[in-house]
Design a protein around this ligand. Structure first.
Ligand SMILES: [Zn+2]
Length: 150
């Protein structure tokens, strides 16, 4: 992807996150995860935020087909991070999926895969000493320092 495609890519994700009128902390965390995963710089992310905040931003397909699919997965990831798809989010995602000519069956597969991924990402483990919730895969408790058995 060229630089302007990268900015569009992340702008699409941000636009979906705020389709329901608010960007929650969890969504913000997921957006940061998405741009880090795709090797985008903080500058690109800032440019994308400005683009969306300018208003009237329309989600646009970027790059090759495989990148478009990855973009759709990332949009779904951000929408699903705080529960199920909000109606506005669902509408925006479906409009995009249809624009890139995905069948309902393909959309369902991508949605199911992304749900699975989000569940794994959100899985928590509890410290067996102090009971605090920790991200899955934690080695030590950040509260009391207890070693966490995996
Ligand atoms: Zn603990």
């Amino acid at each position: 992807m060229n630089n302007s495609d990268q900015i569009t890519y992340i702008a699409n994700v941000i636009a979906i996150a705020q389709a329901d009128g608010k960007v929650t902390d969890k969504e913000q965390g997921a957006i940061a995860f998405v741009y880090q995963k795709n090797g985008l710089s903080e500058d690109d992310a800032q440019a994308a935020i400005r683009l969306v905040q300018a208003g009237d931003y329309n989600i646009a397909p970027v790059g090759r087909y495989s990148e478009t699919i990855r973009n759709l997965e990332d949009m779904l990831l951000v929408s699903l991070i705080d529960g199920d798809l909000a109606d506005e989010e669902k509408k925006a995602v479906l409009t995009f999926a249809k624009a890139v000519k995905l069948s309902q069956e393909q959309i369902n597969i991508i949605l199911a895969e992304t749900k699975k991924f989000v569940r794994a990402m959100m899985a928590e483990t509890k410290c067996n000493a102090c009971g605090v919730s920790l991200p899955a895969g934690s080695k030590f408790c950040t509260e009391c320092g207890q070693k966490i058995k995996s």
